[in-house]
Design a protein. Structure first.
Length: 307
C-alpha cells in the first residue's frame, strides 16, 4: 500500500459542538483513510488520543485547559472510531497500533507539526506508546493514562482475576462472533464499561454517555478489529522491540489506577523497563480520569512538557 501524501480535507467547520472553541477538519493519512480532528490554541503542539469506548469528546475539559494555556491542541478520532474513517479489516496491519501510530504522525505533519507531544488514554495510550517507539524523531514527550504495555497487560491476566478483562478475550476472537454478540445489544455492552469504570458518575452526564454509546454502536467491526490486533500483530511488534532492547527515549508520564494491587504486579517497575525517564503516579479516581479529574490530568501534561 502506497499512501498519498497527507493533505487537508474540506474547509474547517467552525461550530464543532463536541469540543467548544475548536475547529474540525478531515485529514488524509492513508489510502482512503481520513481522520476527523479538532484543533485549537497556539504554542507547543500536543496531540490527545482517546480510549474505549469513547471518542475525542473525552478530552473536552483537558483540551480546553491546555489550549487556553499556550498549547496547540490536536484531538483526532482514532482510525475506526468516532467520525474518522473505519476501513475494513482486510489484514492484521489495518488496525495494528503501528498503523494507527503512523496515522497520527502523518496527521500532525499535515497540520504543520513535525514534532509534538502525545497523550493517550486506554486504546489511545497504546497508539501513543507505539508512536513514541516507532517515531522518536517526531514524538517529544508522551503521557499514558491507565494502561500497561501490551505484553505486560497480557502477562498480568491469569487465573480468575483475568475475568476483569473479559472483553479483551471476547473482542480478540476471529471475525464474526464478537461482532454478532455486540450488535445484539450494543448499549448494554459498551454501557457496562462506562458504568463500572467510573467512580464519579457525574463526570459522564447523560448526553456524553449517549454520544459514546452511539459512536461505539456505529463502529463495532472496527473496534473488534482494533482489539484483535492487540492480541495478534501488536504482540508480535512489541515482542520484537522488547527482544531488541528498545525503550522509549522521551520523557514519559504514566497515570494509573492501582490495578497492580488487585492483579499482583508492580506497575511502575513494568513501565520503567520500557521508559527509563519515567514519572509514574497512582491515582484514586476511576478509569476515565480525564473526565473525573481533568485539572489533575492537564497539570500532569504541563509538567511533562516542562521536563
Amino acid at each position: 500500500m502506497t499512501p498519498p501524501p497527507p493533505s487537508s480535507g474540506p474547509a474547517p467547520r467552525p461550530d464543532l459542538t463536541d469540543l467548544p472553541g475548536f475547529t474540525s477538519q478531515r485529514v488524509a493519512v492513508d489510502d482512503g483513510v481520513w481522520l476527523d480532528v479538532a484543533v485549537a490554541g497556539s504554542g507547543t503542539p500536543v496531540v490527545l488520543l482517546h480510549g474505549f469506548p469513547q471518542t475525542r469528546l473525552m478530552w473536552r475539559h483537558v483540551a480546553a485547559d491546555l489550549a487556553a494555556t499556550g498549547h496547540t491542541v490536536i484531538c483526532p478520532d482514532l482510525r475506526g472510531y468516532g467520525a474518522s474513517d473505519k476501513p475494513d479489516e482486510t489484514g492484521p496491519e489495518v488496525y495494528a497500533k503501528r498503523t494507527m501510530a503512523r496515522d497520527i504522525v502523518r496527521l500532525a505533519a499535515a497540520l504543520g507539526h513535525d514534532r509534538f507531544a502525545l497523550a493517550g488514554h486506554d486504546r489511545g495510550a497504546l497508539v501513543a506508546f507505539r508512536a513514541a517507539l516507532d517515531h522518536p524523531e517526531a514524538v517529544t514527550r508522551v503521557a499514558l493514562l491507565d494502561i500497561l504495555p501490551t505484553l505486560d497487560m497480557w502477562d498480568s491476566l491469569h487465573g480468575t482475576s483475568a475475568a476483569v478483562g473479559f472483553h479483551l478475550y471476547l473482542l480478540a476472537q476471529p471475525p464474526g462472533l464478537p461482532e454478532q454478540l455486540l450488535a445484539g445489544s450494543p448499549d448494554a455492552f459498551f454501557g457496562h464499561f462506562l458504568d463500572i469504570w467510573t467512580q464519579d458518575r457525574a463526570a459522564l452526564p447523560p448526553e456524553i454517555r449517549a454520544a459514546y454509546l452511539s459512536a461505539s454502536a456505529a463502529a463495532i467491526p472496527s473496534i473488534t478489529a482494533d482489539y484483535r490486533a492487540t492480541a495478534g500483530i501488536d504482540v508480535t511488534h512489541d515482542t520484537a522491540d522488547r527482544d531488541a532492547g528498545r525503550t522509549l527515549g522521551t520523557p514519559v508520564t504514566v497515570l494509573q489506577q492501582d490495578w497492580g494491587a488487585a492483579l499482583g504486579y508492580d506497575a511502575a517497575a513494568l513501565w520503567r523497563a520500557w521508559a527509563p525517564d519515567l514519572r509514574h503516579r497512582t491515582v484514586t479516581c476511576g478509569h476515565f480520569m480525564a473526565e473525573e479529574e481533568p485539572g489533575m490530568v492537564a497539570e500532569e501534561i504541563r509538567g511533562l512538557l516542562a521536563r
